[in-house]
Design a protein around this ligand. Structure first.
Ligand code: FES
Length: 91
């Protein structure tokens, strides 16, 4: 007599988190990432792929709400650096 098949959740050790910068916009996060607030509590991004604000203008921090598009169209603003993060990264 054979053992019955059993299923259990196993973390996907091969899955990678990929973070990519949108030109003039947020950081897109893809993969099994967790977001924690300043107190270390989990924050539900509400979707598997989400965008983190890097311009500082969002009203739904830490997530992008699209406000960067308004800032980008303001006079004197263009390019890929909505909040100065690229300079800090040495780019
Ligand atoms: S990057 Fe989108 S609101 Fe800041």
């Amino acid at each position: 007599m054979s053992e019955p098949l059993r299923a259990r959740a196993v973390p996907d050790q091969g899955a990678a988190v990929v973070i990519s910068a949108c030109p003039g916009g947020p950081l897109l996060v893809r993969g099994p990432a967790r977001v924690l607030d300043a107190a270390g509590r989990p924050v539900d991004p509400g979707r598997a792929t989400f965008a983190l604000c890097r311009c500082g203008a969002t009203r739904t921090a830490p997530f992008c709400d699209g406000t960067h598009k308004l800032r980008r169209s303001a006079p004197g603003r263009d390019g890929d650096d909505p909040g100065g993060a690229d300079q800090d990264a040495g780019a």
